[in-house]
Design a binder for this molecule. Structure first.
Ligand SMILES: [Zn+2]
Length: 57
């Protein structure tokens, strides 16, 4: 049995899903009672808080 070299190779940080690793998420902005869409707005991803990495909890 050949001795295996133990490599401590750290896998790359998992990409945050909601923002796809960008740290920002675009959300549709709606206004009024009819919720008319007025455009998109980018906001900080609340899942990774802008890091773009999937938090390991
Ligand atoms: Zn994120």
């Amino acid at each position: 049995m050949a001795a295996r070299k133990a490599r401590t190779r750290k896998p790359p940080a998992a990409q945050c899903k909601p923002c796809k690793g960008t740290g920002e998420v675009s959300r549709t902005v709606r206004v009024g009672r009819k919720h008319r869409e007025v455009g998109e707005q980018t906001g900080l991803c609340l899942n990774c808080f802008g890091t773009g990495e999937q938090p390991t909890a």
